[in-house]
Design a protein around this ligand. Structure first.
Ligand SMILES: *[C@@H]1O[C@H](CO)[C@@H](O)[C@H](O)[C@H]1NC(C)=O
Ligand SMILES: *[C@@H]1O[C@H](CO)[C@@H](O)[C@H](O)[C@H]1NC(C)=O
Ligand SMILES: *[C@@H]1O[C@H](CO)[C@@H](O)[C@H](O)[C@H]1NC(C)=O
Length: 176
């Protein structure tokens, strides 16, 4: 039920949300370094307003045939507080059907910057290369109508039914 409401809310507010998004911090962590590690997890600045991130998740055991992704939204207000329900997706199922509108919008923000762009199984490391906030300005802010401020997106990655990694994106939304 809330999913339906959300989609409607996003649709109706899509046109009035004009915030500018920029990465402020990034935290990649592995729950088991024998399974997965992050040789790269960085934010690079092109100039004052444009930053991009690079992530390389090195995986030591293949294939990845099943995955769950959990996304938690936080807004900074005396600490990072919940402001939006958590979302959870079957990653492999999504890549096959791409039938979830919310996941689809997320996926579109990094689709072109990542080698995740095919169906399971994955037999390679996962790389996000030069994901610009510019991409997010178009998608992310468009579908999440949110006031200016500091936000965090916590993502939890389970692979073959075991929680393997956490990647936290910290962003600031402002009027340029
Ligand atoms: C990064 O995230 C991990 C896992 O949630 C946490 O244990 C760690 O303290 C965080 N590191 C920083 C610098 O925030
Ligand atoms: C920052 O770099 C981006 C990407 O190259 C460019 O589009 C933008 O105009 C630059 N902004 C400033 C203030 O120089
Ligand atoms: C996935 O992305 C890579 C690198 O950008 C590209 O070479 C490849 O053709 C893409 N594959 C699909 C199925 O879109």
């Amino acid at each position: 039920m809330w999913k339906l409401l959300l989609v409607k809310l996003w649709m109706s507010l899509a046109t009035i949300s004009m915030g500018y998004v920029t990465f402020t911090n990034l935290n990649c962590s592995s729950y088991n370094l024998d399974y997965l590690s992050f040789p790269t997890c960085q934010i690079k600045a092109v100039n004052r307003t444009h930053k991009y991130i690079n992530i390389h998740a090195k995986i030591y055991k293949f294939p990845i045939a099943e995955s769950w992704i959990k996304v938690k939204f936080r807004r900074f207000d005396n600490g990072y507080k919940v402001f939006f329900p958590d979302l959870s997706y079957d990653g492999c199922k999504f890549m096959k059907k791409q039938d979830n509108i919310i996941a689809q919008m997320f996926y579109r923000t990094f689709q072109r910057s990542s080698n995740m762009n095919h169906t399971c199984p994955y037999n390679h490391d996962i790389i996000v290369d030069k994901l610009f906030t510019g991409n997010l300005e178009k998608e992310f802010v468009r579908f999440i109508p949110i006031p200016n401020g500091a936000y965090a997106l916590y993502t939890e990655w389970s692979i073959n039914s075991v929680l393997r990694a956490s990647v936290k994106f910290y962003v600031k939304i402002s009027e340029y």
